[in-house]
Ligand binder design. Structure first.
Ligand code: NDP
Length: 318
């Protein structure tokens, strides 16, 4: 039991995870930004661990207000909002939850891909609106998924899981990343533009942050083309969303399935009026099983650090 350890939470986390943190530690829950200043003034000097989520992150400046901070534990695998460099500069290890979410994020990429290609969300809207009995022609035709060409932008833990799923659909897979991955059966494409030109479906599953910002821009969308589909389960920042809206509006891109957006939770109202777009609110990892596994890992990382001096899954330093 580590009730003598003070843990500060600044992320939007499941209530069950907060309860588990309270069982082991003294929890200061500052997830509401309006409570933060007062809670920091009162408890900041005692805080030894910081908990957040990949989606909520934390400001690097927060670390300056936590002089006793020893460890960070984040719920999720994305690091674009987590102050990793600032933490490592202070020799503070950062825990995260890789791998336990690979399956569900890969499954969701296929849920979006299939929904776009086979027009399932559109068909559902059409039936609910009562159009079937009145219709004279067939519902608009979709595009075939089985046997098609799948381009992956990113072939890390999740990208490789998506590529394995694709073999069940007899798809041909190629990928683009800065470095080719050793020992995988899929062809590396050094140019993203060439990958988009080749692919029927382009799935974005890189990390976020400044290095991948707007990798998917107008030329890439044009290369994907009017029969092509873009699926993004990585980060909204990887896609130039204004370029995407105009490609969809002008019909130079076939459709898009998006779980992530440049602004969250605001989203992009310009996308809401487009038929060939399937939108989900950043839920690729959001199943009961996977969210439980992620919550378990947030707690295990802290228990590992305070008990054995080692996190279970730590972000590599250096
Ligand atoms: P990994 O770190 O294992 O993989 C990242 C991949 O991105 C690697 O293949 C890497 O290859 C590639 N990459 C990074 N930078 C570039 C670049 N500039 N150009 C081309 N490729 C690049 O991460 P995961 O697979 O575990 O997760 C990927 C991302 O998915 C997370 O960072 C997160 O943002 C997002 N995610 C989204 C979720 C959701 O709910 N929608 C849930 C979980 C994760 P290389 O370094 O060789 O370029």
């Amino acid at each position: 039991n580590f009730q003598d350890r003070t843990v500060l939470n600044v992320g939007r986390l499941p209530a069950t995870l907060l309860d588990r943190l309270r069982q082991h530690f003294t929890l200061v829950d500052a997830q509401r930004p309006e409570d933060r200043a007062a809670l920091l003034a009162r408890h900041g000097a005692q805080v030894q661990a910081l908990v957040t989520s990949a989606a909520s992150g934390a400001e690097a400046a927060l670390l300056d207000q936590l002089p006793a901070l020893q460890v960070i534990s984040s719920f999720g695998v994305g690091l674009d909002k987590v102050p990793v460099a600032a933490a490592h500069a202070r020799h503070i290890p950062v825990g995260y939850t890789p791998d336990v979410l690979n399956d569900c994020v890969a499954d969701h990429a296929f849920a979006l891909l299939l929904a776009c290609a086979r027009r399932t969300a559109e068909a559902d809207r059409w039936m609910r609106a009562g159009h079937w009995p009145q219709s004279t022609g067939p519902f608009p035709l979709g595009r075939k998924v089985s046997g098609a060409r799948l381009g992956l932008l990113g072939l890390g833990r999740i990208g490789q899981t998506i590529a394995r799923r694709a073999s069940g659909f007899d798809m041909t897979v190629r990928y683009h990343s800065r470095r080719p991955v050793a020992g995988v059966p899929w062809a590396h494409e050094p140019q993203l533009l060439a990958l988009a030109d080749w692919a029927d479906y382009l799935v974005v599953i890189t990390s976020g942050g400044p290095q991948t910002r707007h990798l998917v821009d107008t030329p890439v969308l044009q290369a994907l083309g009017p029969q092509g589909f873009l699926i993004n389960v990585a980060r909204g920042s990887v896609v130039d969303e204004a370029a995407l809206v105009s490609a969809l509006t002008q019909g130079t891109l076939g459709g898009a399935g998006l779980d992530v957006f440049e602004r969250e939770p605001a989203g992009n109202p310009a996308l809401h009026t487009l038929e060939r777009v399937v939108l989900t609110p950043h839920i690729a990892s959001a199943t009961q099983e996977t969210r439980q596994a992620m919550a378990d890992r947030v707690v295990e990382n802290l228990l590992g650090y305070f008990g054995q001096g080692r996190l279970v899954t730590e972000v590599a330093r250096g």
